[in-house]
Design a protein around this ligand. Structure first.
Ligand SMILES: [Zn+2]
Ligand SMILES: [Zn+2]
Length: 356
């Protein structure tokens, strides 16, 4: 198998602002120890997001990955790594590439990336990167651009701002499009990449993957709807909360009024506790999972402009049909397509199956 040693550059256009500030908050909470400047913040945030979607893709192709909680990352007790750590690095094994975020003129990008900005992501191999790894990275970037979003707020991770969980879903962050790729990636078909991620040499998942907390974060359980959005219509109506199974009203639980951020409740003298942060039915386990608790992420994300809505289901708790029924309640029966992860895999590796 030939290895490519040259750098590859993806040129993106930001269709919304990108949010790369969450690393700073984590730093404050002592979760990230290294000192980071503003440039470092952007690269760390974007690379973390790319790695997260890469894991989603690898699991969706039937590959094992380590547990994203840092303390159980690779290597395992036999010194084996998973496919993701092989490329992105882990304890005792450096990342195989240098990652840079560049502006239009190939200077280092500083400051936040704003809507309509053009920027480049440059991957420079530091050690050989095989064709399968390039193909997976390429598919990950197309997955993000065509079906997902990039940046701190758009990864399904615990929120960094627990007091504001109810407010951020309707803000658009992290939608990008790929303008060009230089040079093009060697085309591989889905059979070839599946074979690669399932090789014997990779670390085996510790327990049955389906039991793990992060097992839902797989393309196998991902769904996507193009050109549709879930939003708050009024202070008392929110199609987003309806789908999540939360109460729709924004009213303050302490005084019954509506306070818009950053206002505190004049009665309770604190950030308002809203009805919309509570489940409509507290015994509804599906809604509890979809809405996420204060320490977990929501499992549905929706964007207004450009409009797209996507999320995950969880085996044994909620399947695609149940999710689709929830969406049908707010969007009606027709005029939208519910695309599932297996179809997305076909599209990411479309037309590349060799006939011979
Ligand atoms: Zn790993
Ligand atoms: Zn109040």
């Amino acid at each position: 198998m030939a290895t490519a040693n040259g750098e590859r550059t993806y040129q993106f256009k930001a269709l919304t602002d990108l949010w790369t500030g969450s690393v700073a908050l984590k730093e404050k909470n002592g979760q990230i120890k290294e000192k980071t400047g503003p440039d470092r913040l952007i690269t760390t945030g974007l690379l973390g997001s790319i790695r997260w979607w890469f894991e989603v893709l690898v699991r969706g192709l039937g590959g094992g990955t380590c547990d994203p909680s840092d303390h159980i990352r690779c290597p395992d007790k036999d010194g084996k790594r998973c496919v993701v750590c092989e490329l992105f690095g882990c304890t005792g094994w450096a990342r195989k590439f240098r990652f840079e975020v560049l502006d239009e003129n190939s200077g280092t990008k500083t400051g936040q990336i704003k809507q309509n900005d053009t920027f480049n992501l440059r991957f420079t191999p530091l050690r050989p990167i095989c064709d399968e790894e390039w193909a997976l990275l390429d598919a990950t970037l197309r997955l993000i651009a065509e079906y997902g979003a990039i940046g701190g707020k758009t990864v399904f991770k615990p929120t960094d701002e627990p007091s504001r969980t109810g407010e951020t879903h309707h803000q658009d962050y992290g939608i990008v499009e790929i303008v060009k790729v230089n040079p093009r990636i060697t085309n591989l078909n889905v059979t070839e990449v599946k074979k690669y991620v399932r090789q014997e040499r990779w670390r085996k998942p510790e327990s049955k993957a389906i039991d793990a907390d992060f097992a839902w974060a797989s393309l196998e359980f991902f769904w996507f709807v193009k050109m549709k959005t879930l939003t708050r219509e009024t202070t008392s109506a929110s199609s987003f909360n309806k789908v999540l199974g939360r109460k729709e009203s924004k009213t303050c639980l302490d005084c019954g009024q509506v306070h818009n951020p950053p206002n505190k409740c004049p009665k309770a003298k604190r950030h308002p506790k809203r009805a919309s942060e509570q489940l409509a039915n507290s015994n509804d386990e599906i809604s509890r999972w979809l809405a996420g608790s204060q320490q977990e992420s929501k499992k549905v994300l929706s964007f207004k402009n450009p409009a797209r809505t996507f999320g995950f289901v969880k085996p044994g708790l909620i399947d695609f049909d149940t999710m689709k029924r929830r969406l049908t309640k707010v969007w009606g029966q027709s005029g939208w397509d519910f695309l599932t992860g297996d179809k997305i895999i076909d599209q990411l590796f479309a037309g590349k199956e060799r006939c011979s």
